[in-house]
Unconditional design. Structure first.
Length: 357
């Protein structure tokens, strides 16, 4: 560095030949020392700034605004308004804080320790690792406006047990991937314990809910999954068990996915006379016909009380997503809702705009 500064100083004519040799050497040395000190100071300031910036969270978020029309109602709605903070404490520890403003609450808040690809620890409030759709297809990636009935009714969105928690809970999990192949793991697992009461809620009993999921990925685009959930909700220890399996193909253009979820729910209110079984499933397909257009279709059915046809609902949904650029998504869905009981069938049209920042 000093040699470089010396050459620059000479080239710039800072030391004319008329000066004496000794004076020229002394002045040149002093200038080089001064410039070297300034360079080192700037390097230190730059490194300090980089360290500070690396500790600051990455901020993102999105707004989802829409309109719904059906045979018996019409309304504008705000579905989500979220701000997301993510950052790294160290190379192996990161954090996330996601806030919801449409109905103000903390959605995600957790720390993750990732010492190995095969063994990671996550503690806080986050998505329960049950099903494929619940964890792998977030709202900004999801092909429809509404999640499937089976996931919503049996995995904590608007659960039949009374928990309404966007598929999240407070707890801890171990997760990881085994048998690496070309940048992805063939075998992936999650094992977690949770309160079982939903987001931002302390446990109301002494037991903890347990969930396990195993995913096999023989190809990068193809996944098979099986999952099980056992827990007790509320002060009366109402039993809640869930189990299911699914398959997903997603190569970035073609998407096909299907899941079956069932379970038993204990007595959760005086109106329920005995534990009851529920079951549901869905199958969907979509394709990015261009980089901006994604048509999709889905068939789904849900029996809130298995074996009782009056509790059955069947939905047929056709939709399209138009994303003209990265920060804007436009979605339009039509759903024909067919009921097994005395409720009349319905036609529902929804449109939603998502602004991403």
């Amino acid at each position: 560095m000093k040699r470089l500064l010396l050459a620059l100083a000479v080239a710039a004519g800072l030391f004319p030949a008329t000066r004496g040799a000794a004076q020229q050497r002394d002045s040149l040395a002093a200038t080089v020392e001064r410039l070297s000190a300034e360079v080192e100071t700037l390097k230190g300031r730059s490194a300090a700034a980089d360290r500070i910036l690396s500790r600051l969270p990455r901020i993102s978020g999105y707004l989802q605004l829409g309109y719904e029309w059906s045979d018996d109602a019409s309304t504008f709605f705000v579905k989500r308004a979220r701000v997301d903070f993510q950052g790294d404490i160290s190379p192996k520890i990161d954090y996330r804080l996601q806030l919801e403003f449409a109905s103000p609450k903390i959605v995600d808040i957790y720390l993750r320790y990732k010492p190995l690809e095969a063994l990671n620890v996550q503690v806080g409030q986050f998505k329960v690792p049950f099903s494929i759709e619940n964890t792998h297809y977030v709202p900004l990636k999801y092909e429809f406006i509404e999640y499937s009935m089976a996931v919503c009714r049996l995995m904590g969105f608007t659960d039949v047990c009374g928990v309404n928690a966007t598929g999240r809970d407070l707890g801890a999990q171990l997760y990881g991937g085994l048998i690496d192949r070309d940048g992805y793991s063939i075998l992936n697992y999650n094992v977690g314990v949770f309160n079982g009461e939903g987001i931002n809620t302390k446990d109301k009993n002494k037991s903890k809910d347990v969930v396990a999921r195993l995913m096999v990925q023989p190809l990068r685009a193809l996944s098979f999954a099986g999952y099980y959930y056992w827990g007790e909700v509320g002060a009366d220890y109402a039993r809640r068990t869930r189990y299911g399996g699914g398959v997903c193909y997603d190569d970035g253009r073609w998407i096909a996915r299907g899941e079956y979820i069932a379970g038993r729910t204990g007595i959760v209110s005086p109106d329920v006379a005995a534990p009851f079984d529920s079951r549901g499933y869905y199958a969907m397909a979509a394709c990015w016909v261009t980089p901006k257009w994604l048509p999709a279709a889905r068939f789904e059915q849900f029996d809130e009380v298995a074996g009782r046809s009056a509790s059955r609902q069947t939905n047929y949904t056709a939709g399209v997503t138009w994303q003209p650029f990265k920060h804007l998504r436009c979605q339009l869905n039509y759903t024909y809702e067919q009921y097994g009981g005395t409720n009349p069938d319905r036609n529902v049209v929804k449109a939603m705009l998502t602004g991403i920042f």
